[in-house]
Design a protein around this ligand. Structure first.
Ligand code: ACO
Length: 435
């Protein structure tokens, strides 16, 4: 029974419509029933559509993965606050939670960790494929291509209707992303690729594949391992963000999950999404010293540029992840020594949080504002920052994909347009046009 509804009067026709409201939304298809008569042609005319570039006020799915209250600065995965997960859990347990919807029992956890650990190796041909990239290839381009290429190594992944098959591909993807990411990193440095070490933790193994040189066994610093693991947790999902939307949009065609996740990596690459942390570092370097901040802020307010790492489509409060990342930054600097750009970042934050321009627009630091500083302290070049984000986001993308392929309401993602071009032109052949 419909208890809430919206009454709309179409002033073109004078007709009133009752449109049901469910979960604070109306169905766009219900608006499609609103049609203006076209007396000239004796037609009903097209149904009313919603124009929403960038989907700023359009829900594309029902989801039980991640909850965000942007005004209050709340982020929960499957109902658990991000602060508790960052403090008490680890990335693989959080991945299990996201994918399965509930925390694992001890047996489930052990089996999950074992399966992920024993799927970290990739086919040797993938290594050769990656070695074919130019020496200065951006690691995100390499990651996107190699994730996509995995669909050719696992053609069984196309069978997306089989739950066991889906689970296997999910395990493969979570397990192999660090291998691909680390190899993209080694490639740019001209260093040999390091094979996974299954004795180490997920994050410890990743550090080994990144930094191991001639030592027979790499021993990761526990504090760095913990900080990186926490960063992965904080990046693990963020409901219908641009890359999750890309994964869902491509996945809605029923293609295999490698192709969908490759689309997610591509979306994350953009400077307005995951590429922002790289942009933050460049910005901090360009500012150079604290004294230059006021002039920089004036430039931002004049609309000449953006304060990268600030602002968010959903958060109109301090991004809870930014707070936790700031804490981790101090832990990492204990090991690596401080980063001089931290002073500039902190001063920038202080000034921006007091400035009317930012206050009025509710612009606060987002997840990318401090993460780049940690990554730089760990000696990652800026090009690698988004790769780290992508590894952390993989379980989120896969949870969104899994939900999509099981959702009976979903259809191939295919928006409408408002056509603004010419109509019915007569083609004039080249010899006539150019005569
Ligand atoms: N610096 C200066 N002004 C800003 C910023 C910023 N970082 N972000 C938004 N604004 C201003 C806009 O100019 C606009 O002002 P106006 O109303 O006077 O025109 C107003 O705030 C609203 O901004 P929109 O661009 O409409 O907000 P939207 O939700 O579309 O954009 C986005 C969100 C893309 C994140 C934006 O805030 C931005 O570009 N931030 C910098 C890039 C960044 O840090 N991205 C990472 C986001 S987190 C993530 O993807 C992981």
């Amino acid at each position: 029974m419909v208890t809430e509804s919206l009454t709309v009067r179409d002033n073109r026709t004078g007709v009133e419509y009752d449109i049901p409201i469910t979960d604070g939304t109306i169905r766009a298809a219900d608006l499609g029933k609103i049609k203006a008569a076209d007396p000239a042609n004796n037609e009903e005319g097209p149904g009313l559509a919603v124009y929403d570039p960038g989907f700023v006020n359009t829900a594309s799915c029902r989801s039980s993965v991640t909850y965000i209250d942007g005004d209050k600065g709340i982020l929960e995965y499957r109902g658990y606050p991000i602060e508790q997960l960052a403090e008490n859990s680890n990335f693989l347990e959080v991945s299990y939670l996201l994918v399965h919807g509930a925390l694992p029992t001890k047996e489930e956890y052990d089996a999950w960790v074992h399966e992920i650990t024993y799927h970290t190796f990739v086919h040797e041909n993938i290594k050769e494929f990656m070695q074919g990239f130019r020496y200065d290839a951006h690691p995100m381009g390499m990651l996107m291509a190699s994730v996509g290429a995995m669909s050719t190594f696992y053609p069984d992944a196309a069978n997306i209707s089989d739950p066991d098959n889906r689970r296997l591909q999910i395990i493969r993807l979570i397990a192999k992303m660090p291998t691909l990411g680390a190899w993209a990193f080694r490639h740019a440095q001209g260093k040999p690729y390091v094979y996974p070490d299954n004795d180490l933790s997920y994050t410890g193994n990743f550090l080994s594949m990144l930094f191991k040189m001639s030592e027979s066994k790499y021993a990761p610093d526990e504090r760095i391992e913990k900080a990186l693991d926490t960063l992965f947790i904080l990046h693990a999902d963020h409901e219908q963000n641009a890359s999750a939307n890309a994964v869902r949009s491509v996945g809605s065609t029923q293609v295999d999950p490698y192709s969908s996740v490759a689309a997610g990596v591509g979306a994350l690459f953009g400077p307005l999404h995951g590429g922002a942390n790289e942009a933050v570092l460049r910005m901090l370097r360009r500012i150079g010293k604290v004294e230059n901040i006021p002039a920089f802020i004036e430039g931002v307010k004049a609309g000449n540029e953006r304060l990268m790492g600030f602002g968010h489509r959903v958060y109109k409060n301090y991004d809870p992840r930014a707070k936790l990342i700031k804490q981790q930054a101090y832990n990492v600097f204990e090991v690596t020594g401080t980063n001089p750009l931290l002073d500039i970042a902190q001063e920038l934050e202080k000034i921006a949080l007091e400035d009317e321009y930012f206050v009025k627009r509710k612009l606060y630091p987002n997840v990318d504002f401090y993460s780049g500083l940690i990554y730089e302290a760990l000696e990652f070049p800026p090009e690698m920052f988004t790769v780290l984000f992508a590894i952390g986001r993989t379980p989120g993308w896969l949870s969104q994909w899994l939900e999509l392929v099981q959702d009976k309401e979903q259809k191939i993602a295919r928006p409408k347009q408002i056509y603004t071009g010419e109509r019915g032109l007569n083609f004039v052949p080249r010899d006539v046009r150019w005569a």
